[in-house]
Design a protein around this ligand. Sequence first.
Ligand code: AR6
Length: 178
Amino acid sequence: MQSSNSRIEVLKGDITKVRVDVVVNAANSSLMGGGGVDGAIHRAGGPAILEECKRIVARQGDCPTGEAVITTGGNLPAKYVIHTVGPVWYGGSHQEEEKLAECYRNSLALAVANHCKTIAFPNISTGIYHFPKEKAAHIAVRTVLDFLQKETSIEKVIFVCFDAENESLIRKEMDQTR
Ligand code: AR6
């Protein structure tokens, strides 16, 4: 079996262009779209994604912070989108770190439940939600590695970083795990 580290890749770019089984969206609880990566995914993926989000909200209400739901990928190269709701950074005393780890764990578990073998993550919460990037990179890498150590059906996890700072922080975290 491949080691957990070698199943992780780091890319700089636009997650809407990545060909994987599932891309993760940094959504908000309403699941009705927004700015940042959420806006980009809905724009590139087309209306089928929002229609499915509406059906999910009608069925089960808003998506709480740290949880995740899955929809079609619409027109994206990815088959599915997993929408997870990252924590807004309020200074660190509101379980922000635990909630961010839950986003990664719950997204990976949902990917496994839907037989996805390749998954791409953006840097959840590090944009409009202002989670400190260095802390977020540490949590992202550690949580994904922990998950991969127990779960072998996932073949590849790609961290798709939109900005150079996140890319270098994630690469630094990865270097420390080798
Ligand atoms: N591909 C990959 N990463 C991207 C892309 C892209 N196309 N566009 C932006 N990013 P953000 P949040 C990066 O603000 O902080 C939305 O309005 C971006 O550089 O998208 O979790 C939602 O509806 C940053 O590193 O998400 C919520 O209301 C990362 O994605 C709220 O923003 C996350 O930034 C969620 O805030």
